[in-house]
Write a protein that binds this ligand. Structure first.
Ligand SMILES: Cc1ncc(C[n+]2csc(CCOP(=O)(O)OP(=O)(O)O)c2C)c(N)n1
Ligand SMILES: [Mg+2]
Length: 315
């Protein structure tokens, strides 16, 4: 069923033979942009309905999530606790709408459930909670903790001589947390080379620009000095993301970080670089405009901007 959904979405026919040898059939590179778009649309629908949550960082991470969940990670939505699965930890827990969308589209749970985001009794809480959704690897939301959790998982795998990888999605403001650097030192010292951290470097945190509040640069050099292999890429370039992760997968001895330069609110013009939408959800009108724009028609978005109806935030 899940595979059928994905194929329908991307216009590809069922590939039964591949399904026999791989539990989860990855999408091909040309199919990925359409999936990223589908994730962004679900994010807008969910947040438009929920009335609370974080659109900006959920949109900036969408291409990274697409590449991980639909092309790079070894996992099986039909068997979420498969022992050999790669582990994914969302350190930037408030970005969970993006992850919930990716998981639903991959077949972990029905797409309709996405619209229950943040409702009382829903499995889809405002931050990832393994009590309700056991296919998540960790409860996150208190920023700065995910890399430490990922280190523990990666060290355990190494001790058990398992070959699965741990992918940790972090955010840039989060990187200011001291705990991040304790974890970085730990992973570097232990040479946790199956740990791949991705930083959604969208330049904004809650209150404004990261560079104004506490600049992170030179970020790649900092990671390298902690004995990490660091790469910097355009975090919206699907090919570059895939190549960077493949390079990380192939290089032994050190943990890997991919600094993915992104745009907060990516895909919806009035949300891009507009930190008002860090933690404010779109109104009904904005939701309609955003969905139209993602479908290729920016006219309503432009009209809202022209009418001065879009609030601005950040700097
Ligand atoms: C330890 C901690 N302090 C504060 C918060 C509240 N908070 C939620 S999101 C956020 C800003 C996050 O900015 P960034 O890390 O850059 O994430 P993104 O831009 O991807 O949304 C803050 C301060 C938190 N979740 N955890
Ligand atoms: Mg940020």
């Amino acid at each position: 069923m899940a595979a059928r959904n994905r194929r329908e979405l991307t216009g590809l026919k069922k590939i039964g033979i591949i399904k026999l040898i791989m539990p989860f059939v990855p999408l091909t590179l040309p199919e990925l942009p359409r999936m990223a778009l589908a994730i962004r649309k679900e994010v807008i629908r969910m947040l438009g309905r929920s009335g609370s949550g974080h659109p900006g960082g959920s949109l900036s991470e969408a291409d990274l999530l697409t590449c991980l969940f639909f092309h790079l990670m070894r996992h099986d939505p039909a068997n979420p606790s498969w022992e050999e699965r790669d582990r994914f930890v969302l350190s930037k827990g408030h970005g969970c709408p993006g992850v919930y969308a990716a998981m639903a589209l991959a077949g972990y749970f029905p797409k309709e459930e996405l619209l229950t985001l943040r409702r009382l009794g829903s499995r889809l809480q405002g931050h990832p909670d393994t009590r309700f959704l056991p296919m998540l690897e960790a409860c996150t939301g208190s920023l700065g903790q995910g890399l430490s959790i990922s280190c523990g998982i990666a060290l355990a795998a190494k001790m058990d001589r398992k070959d699965h990888r741990v992918y940790c999605l972090m955010s840039d403001g989060e990187t200011q947390e001291g705990q991040t650097w304790e974890a970085a030192a730990f992973a570097g010292f232990h040479g946790l080379d199956r740990l791949i951290a991705l930083v959604d470097y969208n330049k904004f945190q809650l209150d404004g620009k990261v560079a104004d509040i506490m600049d992170l640069e030179p970020l790649a050099k900092k990671w390298e000095s902690f004995r990490w292999h660091a790469q910097e890429i355009d975090g919206h370039d699907i090919l570059k993301i895939v190549q960077a992760v493949r390079q990380a997968q192939a290089a032994p001895g050190k943990p890997h970080v991919i600094l993915a330069h992104t745009v907060k609110g990516k895909g919806v013009s009035f949300m891009e670089h507009n930190n008002y939408f860090h933690g404010v959800t779109p109104t009904a009108e904005e939701t309609e405009a955003a969905l139209k724009e993602l479908d290729g028609d920016p006219s309503l978005s432009k009209a809202l901007v022209a009418a001065g109806k879009i609030k601005m935030g950040g700097k």
